[in-house]
Design a protein around this ligand. Structure first.
Ligand SMILES: *[C@@H]1O[C@H](CO)[C@@H](O)[C@H](O)[C@H]1NC(C)=O
Ligand SMILES: *[C@@H]1O[C@H](CO)[C@@H](O)[C@H](O)[C@H]1NC(C)=O
Ligand SMILES: *[C@@H]1O[C@H](CO)[C@@H](O)[C@H](O)[C@H]1NC(C)=O
Ligand SMILES: *[C@@H]1O[C@H](CO)[C@@H](O)[C@H](O)[C@H]1NC(C)=O
Ligand SMILES: *[C@@H]1O[C@H](CO)[C@@H](O)[C@H](O)[C@H]1NC(C)=O
Length: 823
């Protein structure tokens, strides 16, 4: 089966063409010598200006200064190495990098005579007679070298990476000393101190890389090196095996050391490999025109596969931002860091547990009579793997007593046998909205009694229910029913709070409408979508979108939402309501029984119930999308650019009529939209070049995406596919050349067996080709597209866009696709 790439064609291509080195500033020096230290705002700049070394602050809000190396020629300050990772200075003016009397490079602060060096290259036994210098090289490597011959390197930063592995560096193991070079993630985005996540070559001597947590728990492995790739990372094979690859990558198993190296063949390519604060390894390339680092590859792919990502007493939630949520009865230990995506410190109790006499036995013999701590049941969680005790307790009640009787016990779980946990609960994952299921269970978390009885919290109701259930089952049913009725009543009451024609709902209502987000329909661009039903007479089905990463404030959000609510067109999805509560933002849409277009276009024949879409239906779908977009662009009060046209955002009702979804969301998400889009998986292949070149975005960007989509509607396949032999096939290039050859018949989905109106196919191909013209001005408006597809205007033969020509050459595919992750 063909593999689909997360088509990063355009940024890759354009980025490649547009990367240009700025002229270097000749005035800067690249060397520290004895008697000429570096201090304050002074910097070292490498010879050709690529890297700079100096004092910097990791965040605007930070009080701390660090000595570090960063890219000197890109518009975003990106640190690649830090000397004093866990010893910041408060004032760079009183700190200096210099050569000490023993020949080492040192970082001093304050009174030099008295205070010890904050950081030193620490080379022992440098001959007193030789003088040394520190030099910053164009590779980003800082070396301590002999002053008379700088090829004699005594120490180099490439042997002491921080979180970033730069091209030209080696990551490996010294066989004589057993020493391994590790990449340690930063502790937080504003704190370069070594965090808990690290990447290293297996210290046991195999050729696999391991990601570990706190020096022990391994949560990801690359698999062993096979000569041209890792067993666990098949997609990286293309890097090393393809002669056209931009990268050289390999493993050297020598006598004294074994290591991996990687390098870029073209110096203009700015690329880095790092272990991120999120515990994932990331391979990024700078695209100057986008002003952003584009993510090529990351592992582990699922954020929640990172061990203990959320620290203690928090659960990881996949595909949500933030990825971590404190358990009930706990709050973030460091709220600010939490917001910045650093969750390692976890959560702390709202209310302390009762003091209990230390030394209490596990068997409950010394159980405190007064201890009235309680337990709160949390279902659908991946449980911590570090249970401290397994007690052969017969019943759940015995298990509870065993935990209560143990001062250190913080939770238990009973599933036949009784599991107890001490201390912070780590590595929990909320599995309620993931398909994994299997490894999850219910954990009973110990909380102070007051936490369990505090009023106004829904979950207390559930606790109460559990208790009742144990006693009288019949009563439970009654309570359940009344709770259900109560919830429905409340939703009804809320629905009277109407904004324009929209329902404003609370988060609790949303939970009730979606049955606590239990039926996930899909993961869209801006958040996951869940099925639900309104508590009205007909139980209207709805789709609830949980937005992620919304930066907008409440007021602006409401304003945007009510604008979207006023947009009504037969080919646009109806917004019915919304929820904006705290940081939570949700949208309620009408539900479309036939789901999104991608399922019908690309759905494998093995998935039952999905017949191949007929040509007539496809043509109507193409027209419907065009009409919907035309309305958005020209016919409503405020012109809306959709920004994210792709098959996943085209929904189909029960009669396969088109409803374009997700319009207006680009604006809702706030300013960072281009960044969001260009780094989003599965979106990039549809993006117009102007997203990358940074020129203003107009409605013509949607026209481009529409053209890309139209090609897929004709062919019934993704535009970018890998052939079984490994080469990549870019369908729009093929279609454009067949169009010129007068052979449009062969572009149509083979599954249709030629049942297609060839006149319409030709018209659709021409329109698609016009839509993806390089220059915005050459692309038609959506109104013109509608007329063309309706046959009201003639369509002339389009010129083949430059981009299609470039990507029509298989050599370029290899160059631009090698190593991209398959999805
Ligand atoms: C500098 O050192 C390198 C490596 O030790 C050596 O090959 C080279 O000949 C030396 N150059 C001079 C000018 O001494
Ligand atoms: C390395 O060796 C130790 C001790 O033999 C073992 O416990 C550990 O699991 C090994 N690690 C890997 C990744 O194989
Ligand atoms: C990390 O490991 C050290 C010992 O190596 C231990 O003292 C510390 O508690 C661990 N950290 C966490 C968060 O468990
Ligand atoms: C890598 O090779 C070693 C022995 O050479 C083996 O023990 C280990 O399981 C292999 N790792 C993987 C992930 O296959
Ligand atoms: C009970 O839970 C433990 C720990 O999570 C797990 O290892 C075990 O397989 C479970 N047993 C059953 C019967 O589900």
């Amino acid at each position: 089966m063909a593999t689909r790439f997360s088509a990063a064609v355009l940024p890759l291509l354009l980025g490649f063409l547009l990367l240009q080195g700025a002229p270097s500033r000749a005035a800067d020096t690249d060397t520290v010598v004895i008697g000429r230290p570096l201090s304050g705002r002074q910097r070292l700049v490498s010879k050709r200006g690529k890297f700079a070394l100096g004092f910097f602050q990791p965040a605007e809000s930070s009080q701390n200064w660090y000595l570090g190396i960063w890219y000197n020629q890109i518009s975003k300050h990106t640190t690649v190495w830090v000397a004093n990772r866990d010893a910041p200075v408060s004032d760079p003016a009183s700190a200096q990098l210099s050569i000490s009397s023993d020949g080492n490079m040192v970082l001093l602060h304050g009174d030099r005579a008295k205070s010890p060096a904050l950081w030193s290259t620490g080379v022992a036994g440098i001959a007193p007679s030789s003088s040394t210098v520190g030099v910053l090289l164009d590779t980003g490597n800082l070396v301590l070298a002999d002053a008379s011959n700088t090829s004699v390197v005594l120490w180099q930063s490439f042997d002491h990476f921080g979180d970033t592995w730069l091209p030209g560096g080696r990551l490996g193991r010294n066989k004589r000393t057993g020493e391994v070079t590790r990449l340690f993630a930063w502790k937080g985005y504003d704190d370069p101190a070594p965090g808990v996540f690290a990447l290293e070559l297996d210290p046991n001597g195999t050729s696999q890389y391991l990601l570990n947590w706190n020096g022990s728990m391994e949560y990801w492995t690359s698999g062993n090196w096979t000569g041209d790739g890792f067993t666990g990372v098949p997609e990286l094979k293309a890097y090393s095996s393809s002669p056209m690859s931009m990268y050289k990558f390999g493993y050297v198993d020598g006598k004294d050391e074994s290591y991996f190296f990687y390098d870029v063949k073209d110096e203009a390519v700015v690329t880095r490999f790092l272990v991120d604060v999120t515990g994932q390894i990331k391979f990024l390339t700078w695209v100057e025109s986008a002003g952003a680092w584009i993510l090529f590859w990351t592992q582990p792919k699922a954020q929640c596969d990172v061990y203990a990502l959320c620290g203690a007493f928090a659960a990881c939630v996949e595909n949500e931002l933030p990825s971590c949520r404190c358990l009930r009865g706990f709050r973030e230990r460091r709220p600010l860091a939490w917001l910045q995506g650093n969750h390692a410190e976890g959560c702390v109790r709202d209310t302390a547990l009762q003091q209990c006499a230390r030394g209490g036995g596990v068997q409950g013999a010394t159980r405190e009579a007064k201890n009235d701590d309680g337990f709160y049941a949390m279902p659908n969680l991946r449980l911590p793997s570090d249970a401290q005790g397994v007690v052969a307790a017969a019943s759940a009640h015995d298990c509870e007593l065993a935990c209560l009787g143990d001062c250190f016990c913080t939770a238990y779980s009973h599933n036949g046998s009784c599991w107890l946990w001490h201390g912070g609960l780590i590595n929990l994952q909320d599995t309620s909205s993931t398909a994994t299921g299997g490894n999850s269970g219910t954990i009973m978390v110990r909380l102070a009694a007051s936490e369990l009885t505090s009023p106004g919290r829904t979950k207390t109701v559930i606790i109460a229910l559990v208790a009742v259930a144990a006693a009288v089952a019949a009563v439970t049913v009654a309570v359940l029913v009344s709770a259900f009725v109560l919830r429905r009543r409340r939703v009804k009451a809320q629905r009277r709070v109407v904004e324009g024609s929209l329902m404003a709902l609370t988060y609790r209502d949303m939970q009730s409408v979606t049955n606590n987000f239990s039926d996930k329909l899909g993961g869209g661009s801006f958040g996951s979508v869940f099925k639900g039903s309104l508590p009205d007479a007909t139980a209207t089905l709805v789709a609830v979108k949980k937005l992620e990463g919304v930066r907008q404030g409440e007021k602006q959000f409401r304003a945007e939402v009510s604008t979207i609510g006023t947009i009504q067109h037969v080919n646009l999805i109806r917004l019915l309501g919304f929820c904006s509560e705290g940081t939570r933002r949700l949208l309620v849409y009408e539900h479309m029984p036939n789901g999104s277009l991608d399922r019908h276009l690309f759905g494998s024949s093995s998935s039952p119930g999905h017949g191949v879409l007929s040509w007539e239906t496809r043509y109507q779908i193409a027209l419907g999308i065009a009409r919907g977009l035309d309305y958005l662009h020209d016919k409503c009060r405020d012109c809306i650019i959709h920004c994210d046209i792709k098959p996943e955002n085209i929904l189909l009702d029960d009669a396969f009529a088109v409803k374009v979804a997700d319009f207006g969301l680009a604006k809702l998400m706030g300013r960072d939209i281009s960044r969001v889009l260009t780094t989003m998986r599965g979106t990039v292949g549809y993006l117009a070049p102007e997203w990358i070149t940074g020129t203003a975005i107009t409605a013509k960007a949607d026209v481009f995406s529409y053209g890309m989509l139209l090609f897929e509607i004709v062919s019934g396949r993704r535009n970018v596919e890998q052939r079984p032999d490994g080469t990549v096939d870019f369908f729009p290039s093929t279609a454009a050349s067949r169009l010129l050859d007068g052979d449009v018949k062969s572009t149509v989905d083979r599954r249709l067996d030629g049942h297609a109106d060839i006149g319409e196919v030709e018209r659709a191909c021409k329109v698609a080709c016009w839509c993806v013209q390089d220059e915005e001005g050459a692309r038609p408006s959506m109104g013109t597209v509608v007329q063309a597809l309706e046959g009201l205007v003639d369509v002339t033969m389009p010129p083949v866009p430059r981009m299609l020509k470039v990507l029509g050459d298989p050599a370029n595919y290899v160059k631009f696709f090698s190593g991209l992750p398959s999805t």
